[in-house]
Design a protein around this ligand. Structure first.
Ligand SMILES: [Zn+2]
Length: 382
């Protein structure tokens, strides 16, 4: 890993970067434009101007090339260091699930760029990748708003976020989130603790004006916020020490704002591309090992929607519960979903069909004496 870091350090801090080449090229462009203006203004100066331009441009290109060489060498060395460290990191057994889905991959990349606030890059990418049906422009606008509010929260300005939340109070309430109250609470604490004792009335006036709609739901919290005024000078020693706001309060308000903003757009808070790529990177060593074993044993992996091995992923990457049929021992899928039969036991759809011998006639539950018809089984959603 040291070798990789060394090469990366050279690339980032060694001065070998594109900005120098870009500057050199800009200078060349300037020379060309100057020459054009000179010739336009005085056509008799054409020959001497072009002669001078030739040698100037030659030097200019030389400079641009020299700085590019350094960068190119750096990137090659970095690539070699990566290859050396991660020798077997590429899986030869690609299963091709996404091979014919280039438009979907492009769309995911475009979406990811928008979510990261890289709007110009997203636009250029969409153009260069020839995306026809990309992310709807309405989402582009929404993400710009999300990004600008996130930026203001990073600057510790709450107003834009509060205004956004106020406009959507009903929607947020239907999601049972406390975002709007949390934003007001943070604003109140700032007013109370960041000013002088003379600012206390301002904080109290803010509380009076804003906490009204939340009184019913957050009475305890509001009482605590009012109570901590008397401990203003030594809050950390008070029963209200937990109310102290620090960097992590800002971090968590940015996170919950992002979650709610995305939820109202019916999107997940995390970029799916980020989650998929990270989960893939975690799973890759397991896949490689599996591929090696399968190759050695000359076996093939046939089940489409189920992995033959377990891939341990962090909890935050787990979105859905899975169900394994207790009879067939197969994991349920969209086409073979879990079914609850009248006695309350749950089996995979295929199992129910098999038990009824595909006829729709009565069958006995494998786990209790009850019998029922296949049509009485209800699909369940986990
Ligand atoms: Zn049963």
């Amino acid at each position: 890993m040291d070798a990789i870091e060394k090469e990366l350090d050279k690339l980032t801090n060694g001065g070998a970067n594109l900005s120098k080449s870009i500057k050199d090229i800009d200078k060349c462009l300037e020379m060309l434009m100057d020459a054009r203006t000179t010739i336009e203004n005085d056509p008799t100066a054409t020959v001497p101007t072009l002669q001078a331009l030739e040698s100037q441009l030659k030097t200019g290109f030389q400079l641009a090339n020299d700085s590019l060489k350094g960068l190119h060498g750096g990137i090659t060395k970095y690539g070699k260091a990566l290859d050396k460290k991660f020798k077997h990191s590429t899986n030869e057994n690609t299963f091709g699930a996404l091979a014919n889905r280039q438009p979907l991959i492009n769309r995911a990349i475009q979406m990811h760029l928008l979510r990261e606030g890289n709007f110009e890059i997203a636009e250029t990418f969409a153009k260069e990748a020839g995306i026809i049906e990309g992310v709807p422009s309405v989402l582009d606008i929404e993400f710009r708003e999300l990004f600008s509010i996130q930026e203001s929260l990073r600057r510790k300005e709450l107003k834009p976020a509060i205004e956004w939340a106020e406009k959507r109070r009903d929607l947020l309430e239907s999601r049972a989130t406390n975002l709007e109250f949390e934003l007001h609470r943070l604003q109140y604490m700032i007013l109370l603790f960041q000013g002088t004792p003379d600012d206390i009335p301002n904080a109290l006036a803010y509380a009076k004006a804003q906490f009204g709609p939340f009184q019913k739901k957050y009475l305890t919290e509001i009482s605590q916020l009012a109570g901590c005024v008397v401990w203003r000078e030594k809050l950390s020693m008070s029963p209200y020490a937990a109310l102290i706001q620090d960097e992590s309060s800002w971090q968590s308000i940015i996170e919950s704002f992002t979650t709610e903003f995305c939820a109202l757009l019916r999107l997940s808070a995390e970029s799916p591309l980020y989650v998929a790529t990270t989960a893939g990177a975690i799973a890759l060593p397991t896949f490689n090992k599996m591929a090696t074993i399968m190759k050695a044993k000359k076996t093939e992996w046939t089940s489409q929607n189920e992995l033959p091995v377990e891939v341990p992923l962090p909890d935050k990457f787990k979105y859905h519960s899975i169900f394994v049929c207790p009879v067939s021992k197969e994991q349920t899928t969209d086409s073979n979903p879990p079914m609850m039969i009248p006695c309350g036991h749950v089996l995979a759809k295929d199992t129910v069909q098999k038990l009824a011998r595909g006829t729709g006639s009565r069958y006995k539950c494998p786990y209790c004496p009850a019998d029922s018809l296949p049509k009485e089984a209800r699909e369940i959603y986990l």
